[in-house]
Every structure is written in C-alpha cells, then in structure tokens.
Design a protein around this ligand. Structure first.
Ligand code: NAP
Length: 527
C-alpha cells in the first residue's frame, strides 16, 4: 500500500512539512497519493541508523546477504499488479515495459545474490611470509575487498525499477555490505515506496539490522544535497543529467572528507555508418534506427543521438529512409511534463544552430505529453565547431553528421566528449580499412557495438555501462553487471595478522572454498 511516507529504517515516518504528488502524463493529471518530503530530522536519523547498521551488516556472511537479496526479489514479485499499476500511472510507460523492467530488476538482485553466496568476488589475495628472505624477512600480507560504508543512491527518472530504489546501484551496494539510503525520484515516488516496502519486508524476514535500508522522499534538491554532504555517507550512486551529476560530484569533492560519486550521465552514443554498409544495407539500417531512436520515447541513456557518415548518395538515401520510417512511428508519451518540456526546449535550441537542418519532424497531431520525433542533418565542419550540437537532447531526436571524408569523421570522433557507447555499421572488410575510425571511437566510449543498436543494455558479467567523462564520473567502473559491486568496496590488507582473527576469506584453511590468489597463483587450495 502506498502511504506517502518515508522509510527511516524499518519505520514509516512523515514529520516534514513539504508535500507533493506524482503525475500521470498519459491522463495529464496528478495522481492521488500525497508524499511527505523527508525532514532534516528524518535525513539525520536515516544516516545515523545506516551508520549503526553498517557495524553489523559489513560482517554479514555472503550466504545471509544472498538470502536478503533473493527475498527482496520475491517480495517485489509479490507486489504484483499493485506495482505495475503504480509504475504505469507515474511514468506513462506501457505495462509491457513495466513487466520487462521488473524482470530485469529481479534478475539483477538474484545475480548479486549468487555472486556473494559464491564469495570469490572479494578477490582474496595472499602473499605468505618468508622469514628467511635477506636482507629483510618478507611479511605475511593478505588482501580482500571490504565495503565502504553507508551509500546514497539517487533514483533515476527513466528507469523507476532497474536504476532506482532496488535497481543496480542498490543491489550492488547491499551485496557489497553497504547500507543504502535511497533519495527517491519525485516523478515515481509511489513506485519507489512500494519497492522500499519490499526491501524492508525482506530485511525483517532475513534478520538484517534495522537501518540497512531507508527510502527518503524529496521534491527538490535539498534532501539529496544534505545526504551527499553528510559526513557519515561514504559514496553516492546516481543516474541522470550531466548538470545534476556534476553538481553532486562537486558537492562531494568540497566535503572535508571527499567521497566518490559514481554518476552515469548523458551520452549521445555516436553511430558510424561506413560507406559500403550505407550502400549495401542502408535501407534496413535506417528502418532499425528509426525504431532505436524512438524506443521508449528516446528516454534511454544509450539512445543513438548522433549518426556519422561520409557524404555520398548512399548516406543521403539512408537519411531519407530514416526520415520516412521515423514519421511512420506513432509518438510515445514521455515520463513527465518537465521531461517533454526539456525535450522541446533542447530540440528547439539545437534547431536554432546555424547549419543544422531538419530532415523530418513528426507533423501530425499528438496526444498530450507525447514527443514529436525528429531527425536533423549537419555538415562535419559545422558540427565540429559547435559544441551545442554535441549536447544530449533527451528524447527521440538524432543528428546525422555528413562528413566530407574519413579524416574529418575521425577528427570529429576524437573531439567528442566521453560516451557510454559507440557503434560501427560496416561490411567486414571496412573495419580494417577504417582502423583509425575504430581506434578513435574506442578511446571515447565504454562499449563498442558492431552492426547493431546501442539501446538495450545486457546485464551480464562482461558488460561495461560507463565511459570517459561525462558519460560517467569514473571510467574505471561500470554501473551495470556484477563488476558494478567494485564501486562500493575498497581494497584492504592485513599484515602478519593471526590466522584465527582473519576473515574466513583470508584464513589458511579455505573455509568458503572460494578462488584465491596465493603467491601469484589462482587456486582453491588451503595453505
Ligand atoms: P536530473 O536533473 O539529473 O535529476 C536527477 C535527480 O538528481 C533528481 O531526483 C534531482 O532531485 C537530483 N538533483 C538534480 N540536481 C541536483 C543538484 N544540483 N543537487 C542535488 N540533487 C540534484 O534528472 P531528471 O530530473 O530525472 O530528468 C531531467 C533531465 O535529466 C532529463 O530531461 C534528461 O535530460 C536527463 N536525464 C538523462 C538520463 C540519461 O540516462 N542520460 C537519465 C535521466 C535523466 P529532485 O528531483 O528531487 O530535485
């Protein structure tokens, strides 16, 4: 049941004065529930409880954490239609998307449960002592990953489940042994509260310490700001705009004790279409890209906002087919009037730039809060000299850059800001012929795709969802997949520590039968 209250640990609480409602963009009306923004007292209490919970939770075994994560997954599924109804009424997204995203969220929780139950993820590394070494005896050193402490997670507007309350950041942080305080996204506070209730039920059922999870409502930037500034918070997870992600990074950097902010931010996801591919399969590619650009009203961080090619007849045909195909697609509802407001403003701003031409924009009447998709085109040198054209227009919008030759295309890629993904559409032999382009792209992105679309982020061990700034604030980490757990831990060494006082992961006897590196060799043997 949605109460509109905050979860401060296991307790529902609403002693703040600021209230707000969520919005149904399809019906263009406010939803019924009233939400209470977390007060300063509630913020303080949630952090205090998380700090106390950390003392216990950091030592909870992998098996018990796995039970907690698996129970969260079960409790989310048990919310059933209540959750799906809240999701669709707060986002305007269809039921199929809600069910798909719920599946992904549950899958992520179970993947992290398996990871911590198996246990080798801590990367236990043991260098045994050599007392006979001269001139100095070698000490016994043993290293493993340990959790950072309380983590603040900002819910993302565009993924109310998979990147929000119990999304990838939360699942990874809880798996690592960090208590989590979620700053709920105001656009889907009801969905967030339902998911929070599932986490709290799971925490109680599996005996987790009170305070291991809190969910704070907010309708402005104050709650998030206070949380990031709080000295007991040790890391931040965020998905959203560059403006907000950068503000949080700066805030965290100004603290007496700066902390890491893992922000996954805007990206225009360059797609390079090479000349032969444009000629041999340009028509099919245009059809595929019309779908990719408009998928989910373009509200994906991997939306293809930039298509680069070398100007010739085949590229002109590609643009023409893309324009025809995209106008044949029915516009979709965007998440919120603010999001569509930003979309229209940013699209208009791009279209005001000298040299950018509109090849097509959906012209028929559209229902309220539905986005008019658009394709635009520009010459390479104009794009290169105008950084406004490099900015994300969050929504179903793409720019095709018509370069004069391969050198100009390479130069443009080399000058692009960091991106989550880069895609090459090519015939096999073109990859070697255009090695410079491929190399340039690799230096600017976190994931490179061959003959596909960037939308659709597989959740698997090999996935990198991150990239050079501003795609993310730290390109050494991924926000998706099991390695995302590494954001919430630090390496820690024990020197000459008594065997019986070491954590099980590092004892001589391999009690957990995990894979460890002992004196340079990966093994499951005991010492
Ligand atoms: P946002 O502006 O990035 O905000 C995300 C969250 O951060 C919000 O909950 C907001 O809190 C908080 N926040 C914003 N500025 C802050 C600041 N200076 N200090 C502390 N907290 C701050 O994203 P949004 O509201 O979800 O959507 C707005 C735009 O972000 C979209 O139009 C789109 O351009 C972009 N976006 C991009 C992606 C992507 O994947 N690339 C994803 C989502 C959104 P309050 O709402 O409580 O104020």
């Amino acid at each position: 049941m949605i109460t509109g209250k905050n979860y401060i640990g296991n307790q529902l609480s609403s002693n703040g004065d600021i209230t707000y409602r969520t919005f149904n963009p399809k019906l263009n009306i406010e939803n019924e529930h009233i939400f209470y923004e977390a007060s300063s007292k509630e913020i303080e209490k949630s952090v205090q409880m998380a700090t106390q919970a950390f003392e216990v939770y950091q030592k909870v075994s992998g098996q018990k954490k796995a039970a907690f994560l698996n129970t969260i997954a079960e409790e989310i599924l048990a919310l059933d239609t209540q959750l799906i109804e809240a999701y669709t009424s707060e986002t305007g997204l269809p039921e199929g998307r809600a069910i798909g995203e719920r599946g992904r969220t549950v899958g992520q929780l179970k993947t992290f449960a398996n990871l911590v139950e198996e246990g080798s993820w801590v990367e236990a590394t043991i260098d045994t002592a050599d007392p006979s070494r001269t001139p100095m005896p070698k000490p016994d050193i043993r290293k493993m990953s340990i959790p950072l402490g309380p983590v603040v997670v900002f819910g993302a507007s565009n993924f109310p489940l998979a990147y929000s309350t119990a999304g990838g950041d939360t699942a990874a942080a809880l798996a690592a042994g960090c208590p989590v305080i979620v700053k709920s996204h105001p656009m889907h506070a009801g969905t967030g509260e339902l998911i929070a209730s599932a986490i709290i039920t799971a925490a109680k059922k599996t005996g987790m310490p009170d305070g291991v999870f809190s969910n704070l409502n907010s309708s402005g930037i104050e709650v998030g700001t206070k949380l990031v500034q709080h000295s007991s918070v040790k890391a931040v997870g965020f998905t959203g705009s560059i403006r907000a992600g950068r503000a949080l990074l700066d805030l965290a950097g100004q603290r007496l004790e700066p902390i890491p902010v893992f922000a996954e931010m805007g990206s225009i996801n360059p797609v390079v279409i090479l000349p032969k591919a444009a000629q041999t399969k340009g028509e099919n590619l245009a059809k595929t890209y019309a779908q990719s650009i408009t998928l989910g009203a373009g509200q994906f961080c991997t939306n293809p906002g930039l298509i680069l090619g070398i100007k010739d007849e085949a590229l002109d045909n590609f643009v023409q087919t893309l324009s025809n195909e995209i106008t044949a697609i029915e516009p979709s509802c965007m998440l919120h009037p603010n999001i569509i407001g930003n979309y229209e403003k940013n699209k208009a701003n791009a279209l005001q730039q000298n040299g950018l031409t509109k090849t097509v924009e959906y012209a028929n009447n559209v229902a309220i809060n539905h986005a008019r998709q658009a394709v635009t085109a520009v010459e390479g040198k104009t794009f290169l000299s105008n950084s406004i054209l490099h900015q994300e227009v969050f929504g179903p919008f793409s720019i095709v850059v018509q370069c004069k030759d391969a050198d100009e295309l390479t130069l443009i890629i080399s000058n692009l800001e960091g991106q989550l993904t880069g895609t090459i559409l090519a015939e096999d032999d073109e990859l070697t012929a255009h090695k410079n382009i491929v190399d340039a792209l690799q230096n600017r992105v976190g994931r490179i795709i061959f003959n596909g679309v960037p939308t659709g982020v597989e959740v698997c061990a090999a996935m990198v969802h991150g990239g050079p700034y501003p795609a993310s604030t730290d390109s050494r980490f991924t926000a998706v997949g099991i390695d995302s757990i590494k954001r919430w831990v630090r390496p820690f060494s024990y020197q000459n520590w008594p065997n019986n006082l070491l954590p099980d992961e590092l004892k001589n006897e391999n009690l957990l039968t995990i894979s460890r590196q002992i004196n340079g060799k990966q093994t499951q043997n005991s010492i």
